[in-house]
Design a protein around this ligand. Structure first.
Ligand code: HEC
Length: 196
């Protein structure tokens, strides 16, 4: 026992506190239990972590985190179906008469398509889109399908996964509006001619 026994301290209250024998640099400690609130909080965090990790209902939905994640992905896929390339031709034909839609479509064409099809769509790497020869069909719904799904093996990207649905519709309407625009030095026709 050091000369500075804590029990000599006039603030010392409890007579139950057990003083641990060791003394480091003259500092001694009591062997007091951790306060109850602290122990309960500690135990609570352990219980919570188990519930959290296994996502046990009713705290989670009981299916586990992975299943939760897969559920979320499924819900998202259901809310955002992948473009199929099917569309009502009437909707597109109406857009061909809509100046605003054509204007948007023209902007998109210049941004995304002109590098392969030329600014005036006369054809470069990709075919001339202004003539009546079509490899993949010349009805406006065919064009929509080609643009949406692309022709990956020939280097035509699938725009359905890159542009918003209305952007695809606008650019298709714009392409359709270019029929017969006869740009100078067009690429030679590719594909069978389609009579409108
Ligand atoms: C990286 C080059 C490239 C870009 C960019 C590109 N295309 Fe194409 N496109 C092609 C090629 C190559 C073909 C020919 C595919 C084939 O031979 O089957 C094609 C074919 C097409 C066809 C079908 C033509 C036919 O005769 O049936 C349409 C329609 C078309 N593209 C529209 C577009 C539109 C609209 C865009 C922009 C959103 C675009 N393309 C961007 C390369 C491109």
């Amino acid at each position: 026992m050091s000369s500075q026994d804590p029990k000599d301290n006039k603030d010392f209250k409890s007579t139950n506190d057990r003083l641990i024998e060791h003394s480091y640099d003259g500092i001694q400690e009591y062997d007091n239990p951790m306060p109850r609130w602290w122990l309960l909080t500690f135990a609570g965090t352990i219980i919570f972590s188990v519930i959290y990790v296994f996502n046990i209902g009713p705290v989670g939905n009981g299916k586990g985190r992975i299943a939760d994640y897969e559920d979320d992905v499924k819900k998202f896929a259901a809310a955002h179906p992948a473009p199929t390339g099917e569309i009502s031709g009437d909707k597109l034909l109406a857009m061909v008469k809509d100046k605003d839609a054509l204007h948007e479509g023209e902007e998109e064409f210049k941004k995304y398509c002109a590098s392969c099809h030329r600014m005036d769509a006369g054809g470069l790497i990709g075919p001339n889109l202004t003539d009546n020869a079509w490899i993949h069909g010349g009805r406006i719904t065919d064009i929509y399908k080609t643009v949406t799904n692309g022709v990956l093996e020939k280097g035509m990207p699938a725009w359905g996964t890159m542009l918003k649905p209305e952007q695809v519709e606008q650019v298709v309407a714009y392409v359709a509006s270019l029929q017969g625009s006869n740009p100078a030095n067009p690429k030679a026709p590719q594909g069978p001619p389609v009579t409108p």
